[in-house]
Design a protein around this ligand. Structure first.
Ligand SMILES: *[C@@H]1O[C@H](CO)[C@@H](O)[C@H](O)[C@H]1NC(C)=O
Length: 397
């Protein structure tokens, strides 16, 4: 397929769609946005719904599962914060059966569990400053998730626990936002390292040079992610972009889960309708464009808004790079899981990432040759391959 032809066609399709739709795709108001009510209480677990406000005015969903089915213990275990990936939500950690759900396994193992969902996902609560129709509601990328969302979760949980350090588990974008926060996200974000006891990264992502998932690949290879800003739409719900790309290439979208996250090995196909009930969730078109920039530039840097705006925001015409060498490693135990067939966190990209992160303290890397990107949170056997190892890692650190 010729890239020029695609870009021209896309430009027209997206322009047309954008005008016709005028960004009507806000988070569905009729849908429940209580993750406790949808997937946690029905399984017999305690769960509190908490709203956390970010410093830039977004209202995030946070669920607290204080203990497991056996009931509370006299001394609560360490707190664990779980953060999801791109176009996903906190449901990832509680959508299977209880014995296969990472958040519930941790609660049953005595941990004090928190599940965070980023701004404008299904489980978040809008903004105290902006309405979904306003451009500012969607004017953010992973830079803001790193600088505001992750620090807001960490701050809340740390204070709630009276200043005991917490464990962090991220999947995909949830690993990237912590790395970005700790290595160039601003003062509040960098101070998170004093509140964290250690991290587990599932399918870690900072570089996506070799990303090959069909739909996201098509989006980036045709530069479609750049089109929305070009037609004057700029910040918008990414689903506008995706629906126009799906009109262009139905094959890439025939299986949405696979189109976004690539092939997986151990997903229970009977549960597809449940997975697709919660996936994909909104992100901003700027955020997808930012991932496209990271892919094409092969660099892990801040969002490139063009020389003029870069100069205003960053004090330089080129967006600054995140300094992975600044990622904490002393007294900061870390456990990484990588997948051999992961089409978003491709093995060659995770290899590069692991080479660039400092290694002076405790670091374990477990490679699972048959795992794809979604297997780490959804596979039926992840409880054996991944979660039991996380529990032991936390207990020994
Ligand atoms: C797959 O999921 C369905 C629906 O939850 C369940 O009934 C079935 O037992 C699962 N399959 C296996 C092999 O566990």
């Amino acid at each position: 397929m010729g890239t020029i032809l695609n870009r021209t066609r896309l430009f027209f399709i997206v322009s047309f769609l954008a005008k016709a739709l005028q960004i009507p795709l806000a988070v569905g108001k009729s849908q429940s946005n209580s993750l406790c009510a949808e997937l946690i209480w029905p399984k017999g677990y305690p769960c509190d719904e908490i709203t956390v406000e970010t410093a830039d005015g977004f209202l995030l969903g946070l669920q607290h599962i204080p203990f497991g089915v056996a009931g509370p213990s006299d001394i609560p275990g360490p707190a664990v914060l779980l953060v999801h990936g791109l176009t996903a939500g906190g449901d990832n950690y509680v959508v299977n059966d209880p014995k296969e759900d990472l958040a519930l396994i941790l609660a049953d193992a005595g941990f004090d569990v928190y599940i965070g969902s980023n701004r404008n996902t299904r489980w978040s609560h809008g903004s105290s400053k902006y309405k979904p129709e306003e451009k500012a509601y969607w004017d953010w990328t992973l830079d803001e998730l790193a600088a505001f969302d992750v620090p807001a979760f960490v701050e809340y949980v740390y204070n709630k626990r009276g200043g005991s350090k917490i464990f962090y588990i991220g999947h995909s974008q949830g690993t990237l936002t912590l790395m970005a926060g700790l290595t160039g996200g601003g003062t509040a974000a960098e101070q998170m390292k004093d509140k964290l006891r250690g991290v587990v990264f599932l399918a870690p992502v900072a570089y996506v040079t070799h990303l090959s998932a069909a739909l996201v690949g098509l989006l980036f290879n045709t530069y479609a992610d750049q089109i929305l800003p070009l037609v004057g739409i700029g910040p918008a719900d990414s689903r506008i972009l995706i629906s126009s790309v799906c009109k262009l290439n139905a094959d890439a979208c025939s299986d949405l889960l696979r189109g976004y996250i690539g092939t997986n090995s151990y997903l229970n196909s009977t549960r597809r309708p449940t997975y697709l009930k919660y996936f994909p969730q909104p992100t901003s078109s700027y955020n997808l464009n930012h991932f496209g920039q990271i892919k094409r530039s092969e660099k892990f840097g801040k969002y490139d808004r063009g020389p003029k705006e870069n100069l205003e925001r960053y004090g330089q015409e080129e967006p600054p790079l995140y300094q992975l060498a600044k990622f904490p490693s002393e007294s900061f135990p870390q456990l990484f899981f990588t997948g051999g067939i992961d089409q978003l966190a491709d093995p060659s990209d995770t290899k590069r990432l692991l080479q660039e992160l400092p290694t002076s303290g405790v670091r374990e890397v477990i490679n699972l040759p048959e795992y794809g990107h979604g297997d780490f949170v959804l596979a039926q056997r992840a409880n054996i391959d991944v979660y039991s190892k996380i529990v032991s890692f936390f207990k020994s650190n």
